[in-house]
Design a protein around this ligand. Structure first.
Ligand code: ZN
Length: 106
């Protein structure tokens, strides 16, 4: 049951993030076509958008990784120490690939 729940929330998050990434990329593309008068402002916006885009892409990659581990007995195990990550942590953060103590030691 827990596996199904995790998969559902991962897939839901994946859709959310893909939608956001597409929107941000559209915005970035639009920004390049702006009047030169607004370029200073647009450039600042671009930096924010690029940061959002790279964060989003990073989380999408984590979701892909978690999804590929899902259904194998590797899902829910810490990448670093091999201990169980714990259902509570996975509920809050289904993309977690390390347990809370390994995550905190970074
Ligand atoms: Zn660990």
């Amino acid at each position: 049951m827990q596996g199904i729940t995790a998969k559902q929330s991962l897939l839901k998050r994946q859709v959310e993030l893909s939608t956001r990434l597409k929107a941000v990329e559209l915005d970035l593309h639009k920004a390049y076509n702006q009047d030169s008068g607004e370029q200073a402002v647009e450039r600042e916006n671009d930096e924010v958008l690029e940061a959002i885009a790279s964060e989003t892409a990073k989380e999408l990659a984590q979701i892909d990784r978690a999804l590929s581990k899902l259904g194998t007995d590797q899902y829910g195990s810490c990448d670093q120490c091999g201990e169980p990550i714990g259902n509570e942590r996975l509920e809050v953060l289904p993309t977690a690939t390390t347990c809370i103590s390994c995550a905190q030691s970074h």
